[in-house]
Design a protein around this ligand. Structure first.
Ligand code: FAD
Length: 322
């Protein structure tokens, strides 16, 4: 028997930008809200991976530092005083009865009528390359993301990848690093066209297309890289002090499958109202997937608002509302 005082209306798992916006919107809809985050701090990847990077594509902000966006999202989210639980990873989700869901964390149980899963990539590891000394040199010149640009001041930096993140790292480091090179092995960039144009017009040396990282040089720390052209077979050794591998993330979706959620491709499958296959459970942000999905903060914020509205409707009407 769950006490009414323990039962929240909406519990949001994950306090990244999407979870924070969901917390705000849930308060706006007069829902008793709980936000659970597995790290001691909030902000998701904006804080853990790129606090100093500028973001250009959030509605209403021509340019904003990731850490500043998190500060504003937090201010907005806290207006309605949600209960915030930090440093607790949600490890289990179980539907006990209609409008009563039990969440498990190492510290105990949480009860809620509805859940919004906004865990980003969940438990993820950066995608790596099969290069023998790569892992040994992690922390000694091999990076997967940057929490501080200052560490690379005056250094020669190689960025591997051709997505938005790779291009953002390259452009952010111009004027800080001594030299910036970007190598991309595909025949086109998977990035916003305007940023690609900026990259090509910048001081960054762009090795593209078909240029891949073949070897990392250095014993105690990175001293260089061998780049090869996969078409011509031609190799070039370039001296570098740091290499940023920006080639994506590997997400472990097994925990969500174990909760009974339907998985499609790289995320939790959702309907247009952001509902999952479990009644009362919704998903939003990078973890939610549907045809046409894009992985952007702005898109995730829209999904969060939809998820909250759907959850509110479900609270008011139960399964009849579905
Ligand atoms: C280098 C880089 C640059 C980017 N630049 C941009 C950009 O310029 N513009 C843009 O729109 N997007 C950008 N993105 C994408 C953007 O960061 C994501 O779309 C956004 O972070 C998704 O937000 P989210 O809240 O869904 O997930 P996240 O930011 O990943 O937050 C998820 C949160 O959930 C927590 N969590 C996970 N599992 C659990 C659990 N079991 N229990 C409790 N908490 C849990 C995590 O700790 C995390 O805090 C970039 C991404 C990267 C990697």
């Amino acid at each position: 028997m769950v006490l009414q005082s323990e039962l929240f209306d909406i519990t949001i798992i994950g306090a990244g930008p999407v979870g924070l916006y969901a917390a705000y919107y849930s308060g706006l809809r007069d829902c008793r809200t709980k936000l659970i985050e597995m790290y001691p701090g909030i902000g998701g990847r904006l804080i853990s991976m790129y606090p100093e990077k500028e973001i250009f594509d959030v509605a209403g902000h021509p340019k904003i530092l990731a850490a500043d966006l998190v500060r504003l999202l937090t201010e907005q989210a806290m207006q309605y005083r949600p209960t915030v639980v930090l440093d607790e990873r949600v490890t289990g989700l179980r539907l006990l009865q209609e409008r009563v869901i039990e969440l498990t964390t190492p510290n105990g149980l949480h009860y809620t009528q509805t859940v919004i899963v906004s865990v980003g990539c969940g438990a993820f590891v950066p995608r790596k390359l099969d290069i023998p000394n790569l892992i040994d040199l992690e922390g000694h010149g091999i990076h997967y993301f940057l929490t501080s640009f200052e560490a690379l001041r005056g250094k020669r930096v190689l960025i591997v990848g051709g997505g938005n993140s790779a291009i953002d790292w390259a452009l952010s480091l111009v004027g800080i690093a001594a030299e910036v090179t970007l190598a991309h092995r595909m025949y086109r960039f998977h990035a916003h066209e305007a940023r690609v144009a900026m990259l090509l017009a910048s001081k960054v040396r762009v090795m593209f297309p078909y240029y891949a990282l073949k070897a990392v040089l250095g014993e105690d720390r990175v001293t260089g890289a061998v780049i090869w052209n996969e078409r011509s077979g031609k190799e070039e050794e370039i001296p570098v002090d740091a290499i940023i591998l920006s080639i994506g993330m590997l997400t472990n979706l097994e925990p969500f499958r174990a909760w009974g959620l339907n998985i499609a491709g790289s995320g939790i499958a959702v309907a247009p109202d952001m509902s999952t296959n479990i009644p009362g459970v919704y998903a939003a942000g990078d973890i939610a997937t549907y045809p046409g999905k894009i992985l952007l903060i702005t898109a995730g914020s829209g999904e969060a608002a939809t998820a909250v509205n759907s959850a509110k409707e479900y609270i008011l009407t139960g399964d009849l509302g579905r």
